[in-house]
Design a protein around this ligand. Structure first.
Ligand code: TRP
Ligand code: SF4
Length: 331
Protein backbone atom coordinates (compact mmCIF):
# COMPACT_ATOMS: atom_id res chain seq x y z
CA UNK A 1 0.00 0.00 0.00
CA UNK A 2 1.21 3.51 -0.69
CA UNK A 3 1.47 6.11 2.03
CA UNK A 4 -1.49 7.93 0.53
CA UNK A 5 -3.91 5.03 0.87
CA UNK A 6 -2.94 4.02 4.38
CA UNK A 7 -4.44 5.53 7.48
CA UNK A 8 -2.02 7.69 9.41
CA UNK A 9 -0.88 7.20 13.01
CA UNK A 10 1.36 9.33 15.17
CA UNK A 11 2.81 8.88 18.61
CA UNK A 12 5.53 10.44 20.71
CA UNK A 13 7.76 9.80 23.65
CA UNK A 14 8.70 12.54 26.10
CA UNK A 15 12.45 13.19 26.38
CA UNK A 16 12.50 13.05 30.17
CA UNK A 17 14.96 10.16 30.37
CA UNK A 18 16.12 6.90 28.88
CA UNK A 19 13.52 4.32 27.91
CA UNK A 20 12.97 1.23 30.05
CA UNK A 21 11.49 -2.22 29.55
CA UNK A 22 8.03 -0.86 30.36
CA UNK A 23 8.24 1.68 27.54
CA UNK A 24 9.48 -1.02 25.20
CA UNK A 25 6.85 -3.65 26.01
CA UNK A 26 4.04 -1.16 26.43
CA UNK A 27 4.60 1.18 23.52
CA UNK A 28 7.60 0.68 21.27
CA UNK A 29 6.93 -2.98 20.45
CA UNK A 30 3.44 -2.03 19.47
CA UNK A 31 4.64 0.81 17.24
CA UNK A 32 6.99 -1.59 15.51
CA UNK A 33 4.07 -3.88 14.72
CA UNK A 34 2.00 -0.97 13.37
CA UNK A 35 4.61 0.68 11.18
CA UNK A 36 3.73 -1.21 7.99
CA UNK A 37 -0.01 -1.19 8.41
CA UNK A 38 -0.18 2.59 8.84
CA UNK A 39 1.56 5.66 7.47
CA UNK A 40 3.42 6.06 10.73
CA UNK A 41 4.96 9.10 12.44
CA UNK A 42 6.96 8.65 15.65
CA UNK A 43 8.77 11.43 17.42
CA UNK A 44 10.64 12.53 20.51
CA UNK A 45 8.74 15.22 22.39
CA UNK A 46 11.60 17.34 23.71
CA UNK A 47 9.46 20.44 24.25
CA UNK A 48 7.12 18.37 26.39
CA UNK A 49 10.11 17.38 28.53
CA UNK A 50 10.78 21.08 29.03
CA UNK A 51 7.35 21.64 30.60
CA UNK A 52 8.53 19.79 33.71
CA UNK A 53 12.35 20.07 33.39
CA UNK A 54 12.62 23.76 32.50
CA UNK A 55 14.94 24.39 35.43
CA UNK A 56 17.30 21.63 34.30
CA UNK A 57 17.10 21.46 30.53
CA UNK A 58 20.65 20.27 30.01
CA UNK A 59 19.74 16.56 30.06
CA UNK A 60 17.13 16.83 27.32
CA UNK A 61 19.41 16.67 24.24
CA UNK A 62 21.15 13.51 25.49
CA UNK A 63 17.80 11.94 26.39
CA UNK A 64 16.55 12.79 22.90
CA UNK A 65 19.51 11.05 21.28
CA UNK A 66 19.18 7.98 23.50
CA UNK A 67 15.48 7.66 22.74
CA UNK A 68 16.11 7.90 19.00
CA UNK A 69 18.60 5.05 19.36
CA UNK A 70 16.02 3.12 21.40
CA UNK A 71 13.46 3.66 18.61
CA UNK A 72 15.71 2.18 15.97
CA UNK A 73 17.07 -0.58 18.22
CA UNK A 74 13.51 -1.67 19.01
CA UNK A 75 12.87 -2.10 15.30
CA UNK A 76 11.35 1.14 14.05
CA UNK A 77 12.70 1.37 10.53
CA UNK A 78 13.30 4.88 9.13
CA UNK A 79 12.69 3.39 5.68
CA UNK A 80 9.17 2.37 6.66
CA UNK A 81 8.08 5.08 9.10
CA UNK A 82 8.79 8.76 9.74
CA UNK A 83 10.93 9.44 12.80
CA UNK A 84 11.53 13.01 13.94
CA UNK A 85 12.26 15.41 16.78
CA UNK A 86 9.48 17.77 17.85
CA UNK A 87 11.53 20.93 18.43
CA UNK A 88 12.95 20.72 14.89
CA UNK A 89 9.52 21.48 13.49
CA UNK A 90 8.62 25.00 14.56
CA UNK A 91 5.16 24.66 13.02
CA UNK A 92 4.08 22.64 16.10
CA UNK A 93 4.72 25.74 18.19
CA UNK A 94 2.78 27.96 15.83
CA UNK A 95 -0.22 25.64 15.87
CA UNK A 96 -0.02 25.38 19.67
CA UNK A 97 -0.12 29.18 19.86
CA UNK A 98 -3.08 29.46 17.52
CA UNK A 99 -4.97 26.73 19.41
CA UNK A 100 -4.32 28.62 22.65
CA UNK A 101 -6.39 31.53 21.33
CA UNK A 102 -9.65 29.59 21.44
CA UNK A 103 -9.05 26.86 24.02
CA UNK A 104 -10.84 27.65 27.29
CA UNK A 105 -8.43 27.30 30.23
CA UNK A 106 -10.93 25.10 32.18
CA UNK A 107 -10.53 22.45 29.45
CA UNK A 108 -6.85 22.27 30.38
CA UNK A 109 -7.31 22.57 34.14
CA UNK A 110 -9.62 19.56 34.22
CA UNK A 111 -7.20 17.21 32.43
CA UNK A 112 -6.33 14.73 35.23
CA UNK A 113 -2.56 14.71 34.57
CA UNK A 114 -2.43 18.43 35.34
CA UNK A 115 -3.23 18.09 39.04
CA UNK A 116 -1.69 14.62 39.35
CA UNK A 117 1.75 15.67 38.17
CA UNK A 118 1.64 18.85 40.23
CA UNK A 119 1.00 16.65 43.25
CA UNK A 120 3.67 14.04 42.52
CA UNK A 121 6.48 16.23 41.16
CA UNK A 122 6.61 18.36 44.28
CA UNK A 123 10.28 19.22 43.83
CA UNK A 124 9.40 21.71 41.07
CA UNK A 125 7.00 24.53 40.46
CA UNK A 126 4.47 23.41 37.88
CA UNK A 127 2.16 26.38 38.17
CA UNK A 128 3.41 27.51 34.78
CA UNK A 129 1.66 28.44 31.59
CA UNK A 130 3.68 25.86 29.62
CA UNK A 131 2.74 23.03 31.94
CA UNK A 132 -0.94 23.90 31.78
CA UNK A 133 -0.60 23.84 28.00
CA UNK A 134 1.04 20.41 27.92
CA UNK A 135 -2.01 18.64 26.45
CA UNK A 136 -2.64 21.47 24.02
CA UNK A 137 0.87 21.11 22.64
CA UNK A 138 0.12 17.40 22.33
CA UNK A 139 -3.05 18.25 20.40
CA UNK A 140 -0.96 20.36 18.03
CA UNK A 141 1.51 17.46 17.60
CA UNK A 142 -1.30 15.15 16.57
CA UNK A 143 -3.50 17.44 14.52
CA UNK A 144 -0.74 19.06 12.49
CA UNK A 145 -0.28 15.65 10.80
CA UNK A 146 -4.04 15.01 10.60
CA UNK A 147 -3.42 11.67 12.27
CA UNK A 148 -6.34 9.25 12.08
CA UNK A 149 -5.26 7.35 15.17
CA UNK A 150 -2.81 7.64 18.05
CA UNK A 151 -1.33 4.52 19.65
CA UNK A 152 -1.18 5.32 23.37
CA UNK A 153 -1.82 3.82 26.79
CA UNK A 154 -4.98 4.51 28.77
CA UNK A 155 -3.23 7.22 30.79
CA UNK A 156 -3.23 9.35 27.62
CA UNK A 157 -6.97 9.05 26.86
CA UNK A 158 -7.86 12.42 28.44
CA UNK A 159 -5.25 14.07 26.19
CA UNK A 160 -6.83 12.43 23.16
CA UNK A 161 -10.25 13.58 24.26
CA UNK A 162 -8.97 17.15 24.54
CA UNK A 163 -7.38 16.82 21.10
CA UNK A 164 -10.74 15.89 19.61
CA UNK A 165 -12.45 18.79 21.37
CA UNK A 166 -9.86 21.20 20.02
CA UNK A 167 -10.26 19.81 16.49
CA UNK A 168 -14.03 20.15 16.75
CA UNK A 169 -13.81 23.70 18.03
CA UNK A 170 -11.42 24.73 15.27
CA UNK A 171 -13.57 23.11 12.59
CA UNK A 172 -16.65 24.82 14.00
CA UNK A 173 -15.13 28.30 14.45
CA UNK A 174 -13.28 28.50 11.11
CA UNK A 175 -13.63 25.66 8.67
CA UNK A 176 -13.24 21.94 8.64
CA UNK A 177 -9.50 21.25 8.55
CA UNK A 178 -8.89 18.55 11.16
CA UNK A 179 -10.09 14.95 11.41
CA UNK A 180 -10.88 13.78 14.96
CA UNK A 181 -8.21 11.22 15.84
CA UNK A 182 -9.06 8.07 17.75
CA UNK A 183 -6.95 6.31 20.34
CA UNK A 184 -5.39 3.03 19.30
CA UNK A 185 -5.31 1.10 22.55
CA UNK A 186 -3.52 -2.20 22.69
CA UNK A 187 -3.59 -4.61 25.57
CA UNK A 188 -0.12 -5.09 26.94
CA UNK A 189 1.22 -6.87 29.98
CA UNK A 190 1.62 -4.91 33.18
CA UNK A 191 5.35 -4.51 33.57
CA UNK A 192 6.35 -4.62 37.25
CA UNK A 193 9.35 -2.62 38.38
CA UNK A 194 12.04 -3.87 40.73
CA UNK A 195 10.09 -2.78 43.82
CA UNK A 196 6.80 -4.27 42.64
CA UNK A 197 5.21 -0.99 41.65
CA UNK A 198 4.58 -0.22 37.99
CA UNK A 199 7.91 0.20 36.19
CA UNK A 200 8.58 3.91 36.01
CA UNK A 201 11.54 6.23 35.76
CA UNK A 202 10.20 8.35 38.59
CA UNK A 203 10.03 5.37 41.00
CA UNK A 204 13.67 4.52 40.35
CA UNK A 205 12.65 0.88 39.82
CA UNK A 206 13.29 0.47 36.11
CA UNK A 207 15.44 -1.71 33.89
CA UNK A 208 16.72 0.46 31.04
CA UNK A 209 17.16 -0.58 27.42
CA UNK A 210 20.58 1.04 27.50
CA UNK A 211 21.83 -1.38 30.16
CA UNK A 212 23.92 -4.43 29.41
CA UNK A 213 22.34 -7.83 29.99
CA UNK A 214 24.71 -8.22 32.97
CA UNK A 215 23.39 -5.02 34.53
CA UNK A 216 19.84 -6.18 33.92
CA UNK A 217 20.62 -9.51 35.57
CA UNK A 218 22.14 -7.80 38.61
CA UNK A 219 18.97 -5.74 39.05
CA UNK A 220 16.72 -8.77 38.76
CA UNK A 221 18.76 -10.55 41.43
CA UNK A 222 17.72 -7.92 43.97
CA UNK A 223 14.17 -7.53 42.67
CA UNK A 224 11.34 -7.87 45.19
CA UNK A 225 9.68 -11.30 45.44
CA UNK A 226 6.68 -12.54 47.44
CA UNK A 227 7.22 -10.50 50.63
CA UNK A 228 5.66 -13.25 52.77
CA UNK A 229 8.28 -15.75 51.61
CA UNK A 230 11.03 -15.00 54.09
CA UNK A 231 12.90 -18.32 54.17
CA UNK A 232 13.75 -20.83 51.48
CA UNK A 233 11.34 -23.40 53.02
CA UNK A 234 8.40 -21.00 53.14
CA UNK A 235 6.00 -21.64 50.29
CA UNK A 236 5.46 -18.63 48.01
CA UNK A 237 2.65 -17.16 45.95
CA UNK A 238 3.59 -16.24 42.37
CA UNK A 239 0.45 -14.11 42.08
CA UNK A 240 1.84 -11.54 44.49
CA UNK A 241 5.47 -11.84 43.32
CA UNK A 242 6.72 -9.02 41.05
CA UNK A 243 9.49 -11.26 39.70
CA UNK A 244 6.79 -13.65 38.55
CA UNK A 245 5.16 -10.71 36.74
CA UNK A 246 8.29 -10.60 34.60
CA UNK A 247 8.20 -14.39 34.15
CA UNK A 248 4.76 -13.93 32.60
CA UNK A 249 6.38 -11.78 29.91
CA UNK A 250 9.75 -13.39 29.38
CA UNK A 251 9.63 -17.05 30.41
CA UNK A 252 8.38 -19.93 28.28
CA UNK A 253 5.21 -21.72 29.26
CA UNK A 254 6.80 -24.95 30.50
CA UNK A 255 9.22 -23.25 32.87
CA UNK A 256 6.50 -20.95 34.03
CA UNK A 257 4.14 -23.79 34.87
CA UNK A 258 6.94 -25.52 36.77
CA UNK A 259 7.72 -22.36 38.76
CA UNK A 260 4.07 -21.75 39.65
CA UNK A 261 3.80 -25.25 41.05
CA UNK A 262 7.16 -25.45 42.77
CA UNK A 263 7.03 -21.98 44.30
CA UNK A 264 3.76 -22.81 46.02
CA UNK A 265 5.27 -25.84 47.75
CA UNK A 266 8.75 -24.35 48.35
CA UNK A 267 10.18 -26.74 45.76
CA UNK A 268 12.15 -23.96 44.10
CA UNK A 269 13.97 -21.08 45.77
CA UNK A 270 13.84 -17.47 44.61
CA UNK A 271 17.50 -17.53 43.60
CA UNK A 272 17.01 -20.41 41.17
CA UNK A 273 13.71 -19.02 40.02
CA UNK A 274 15.37 -15.72 39.15
CA UNK A 275 18.14 -17.51 37.27
CA UNK A 276 15.48 -18.78 34.90
CA UNK A 277 13.99 -15.30 34.70
CA UNK A 278 17.34 -13.71 33.91
CA UNK A 279 17.84 -16.18 31.05
CA UNK A 280 14.39 -15.32 29.71
CA UNK A 281 15.00 -11.58 29.88
CA UNK A 282 18.40 -12.03 28.22
CA UNK A 283 16.80 -13.98 25.38
CA UNK A 284 14.04 -11.39 25.08
CA UNK A 285 16.28 -8.34 24.84
CA UNK A 286 19.53 -9.73 23.38
CA UNK A 287 18.85 -8.60 19.83
CA UNK A 288 17.74 -5.15 20.97
CA UNK A 289 20.74 -4.64 23.24
CA UNK A 290 23.06 -5.68 20.42
CA UNK A 291 21.38 -3.37 17.88
CA UNK A 292 21.51 -0.59 20.41
CA UNK A 293 25.22 -1.03 20.92
CA UNK A 294 25.91 -0.97 17.21
CA UNK A 295 23.65 2.05 16.57
CA UNK A 296 25.28 4.01 19.38
CA UNK A 297 28.60 3.45 17.64
CA UNK A 298 27.31 4.94 14.39
CA UNK A 299 25.35 7.90 15.66
CA UNK A 300 25.82 9.82 12.41
CA UNK A 301 23.69 7.22 10.55
CA UNK A 302 20.95 7.61 13.13
CA UNK A 303 21.19 11.38 12.83
CA UNK A 304 20.95 11.16 9.06
CA UNK A 305 17.83 8.94 9.20
CA UNK A 306 16.19 11.29 11.70
CA UNK A 307 17.06 14.32 9.59
CA UNK A 308 15.31 12.73 6.60
CA UNK A 309 12.30 11.89 8.78
CA UNK A 310 12.19 15.39 10.19
CA UNK A 311 12.25 16.87 6.68
CA UNK A 312 9.37 14.68 5.60
CA UNK A 313 7.35 15.52 8.73
CA UNK A 314 8.03 19.23 8.27
CA UNK A 315 6.66 19.05 4.73
CA UNK A 316 3.37 17.63 6.00
CA UNK A 317 3.21 20.11 8.91
CA UNK A 318 3.74 23.04 6.55
CA UNK A 319 0.90 21.96 4.29
CA UNK A 320 -1.46 21.84 7.24
CA UNK A 321 -0.33 25.26 8.45
CA UNK A 322 -1.14 26.81 5.07
CA UNK A 323 -4.72 25.62 5.52
CA UNK A 324 -4.80 26.72 9.16
CA UNK A 325 -3.56 30.24 8.44
CA UNK A 326 -6.02 30.58 5.61
CA UNK A 327 -8.90 29.36 7.76
CA UNK A 328 -8.00 31.82 10.56
CA UNK A 329 -7.58 34.77 8.25
CA UNK A 330 -3.79 34.90 8.51
CA UNK A 331 -2.89 33.99 4.95
N1 TRP B 1 2.18 12.87 26.47
C1 TRP B 1 2.80 11.71 25.85
C2 TRP B 1 3.37 10.81 26.94
O1 TRP B 1 3.68 11.26 28.01
C3 TRP B 1 3.89 12.10 24.88
C4 TRP B 1 3.36 12.83 23.69
C5 TRP B 1 3.60 14.11 23.34
C6 TRP B 1 2.51 12.27 22.71
N2 TRP B 1 2.96 14.41 22.18
C7 TRP B 1 2.28 13.32 21.75
C8 TRP B 1 1.92 11.02 22.51
C9 TRP B 1 1.46 13.11 20.65
C10 TRP B 1 1.10 10.83 21.41
C11 TRP B 1 0.87 11.88 20.48
O2 TRP B 1 3.54 9.64 26.70
FE1 SF4 C 1 8.69 -15.24 43.12
FE2 SF4 C 1 9.98 -17.23 41.98
FE3 SF4 C 1 10.44 -16.61 44.53
FE4 SF4 C 1 8.15 -17.74 43.82
S1 SF4 C 1 10.15 -18.65 43.65
S2 SF4 C 1 8.40 -15.99 45.21
S3 SF4 C 1 7.80 -16.83 41.82
S4 SF4 C 1 10.85 -15.33 42.76
Amino acid sequence: MTAASRRRILSGMQATGRLHLGNYLGALQNWVRLQDEYDSFFFVADWHALTTAYENPSDIPAATREILIDFLAAGLDPGRCTIFVQSRILEHAELHLLFSMFTPTPWLERVPSYKEKQETLTDRDLTTYGFLGYPLLQAADILIYKADAVPVGIDQLPHLELTREVARRFNHLYRSVFPEPEALLTAYPKVPGLDGRKMSKSYDNAIYLSETVEEMGAKIKVMVTDPARKRRNDPGDPNVCPAFGLHLIFTGEDDRAMIEKECRRAGIGCVDCKKILIQGVERGVAALVERRRSLAARWSDVEEAVRAGTDRARGVARETMVEVREAMGLA
